[in-house]
Design a binder for this molecule. Structure first.
Ligand SMILES: [Zn+2]
Length: 161
């Protein structure tokens, strides 16, 4: 058995090739995609939501702390589905019903969902401030709350602007 070398066949070439930019041309700024940001994560901050009261209190709220999770909010307004991912600091305690309300619920407009989430998140910042400032709170929770406030560049606790 022999292994005959195949004859090289040149592919048919187009009569002219479209001109492609070569060399050190910089791409126009509009076409350069932003580098992906690493997602700001804090597992302890998310775990802290367990058993906490719902802060969203949407029209379909179940007011059951047993169902509370850290909601990241739905929609592009918070960066979901874009080049960066939603930070764990951009969350709030929400019951299972409100978590659904701010995401897939069909009975509310995008604006209503965004408003419900943002109100919940504002209440959340107050809660985190209270936890971060409390000497009674679990030191782990204090650290997690302070981490969130730092991420949000919120005013330090006890400081008046
Ligand atoms: Zn709720």
């Amino acid at each position: 058995m022999t292994f005959a070398r195949r004859t090289y066949e040149r592919k048919p070439q187009p009569l002219y090739r479209p001109v492609e930019p070569r060399g050190s041309y910089a791409k126009p700024q509009a076409f350069v995609s932003a580098p992906k940001q690493p997602r700001a994560e804090n597992r302890h901050l998310l775990d802290m939501a367990r058993g906490k009261p719902c802060l969203i209190r949407s029209p379909i709220c179940n007011y059951d702390p047993e169902t509370t999770v850290a909601c990241h909010g739905g929609g592009v307004a918070n960066g979901k589905g874009m080049a960066y991912k939603v930070s764990d600091a951009l969350t709030c305690w929400g019951c299972s019903a409100c978590n659904h309300y701010t995401d897939a619920y069909a009975g509310a407009t995008k604006a209503q969902k965004a408003a419900a989430f943002m109100l919940g998140h504002l209440a959340q910042v107050c809660e985190w401030r209270a936890i971060a400032a409390s000497t009674q709170a679990d030191p782990k929770e204090r650290m997690a709350a302070q981490w969130a406030l730092d991420q949000l560049n919120a005013t330090p606790v006890g400081e008046t602007p």
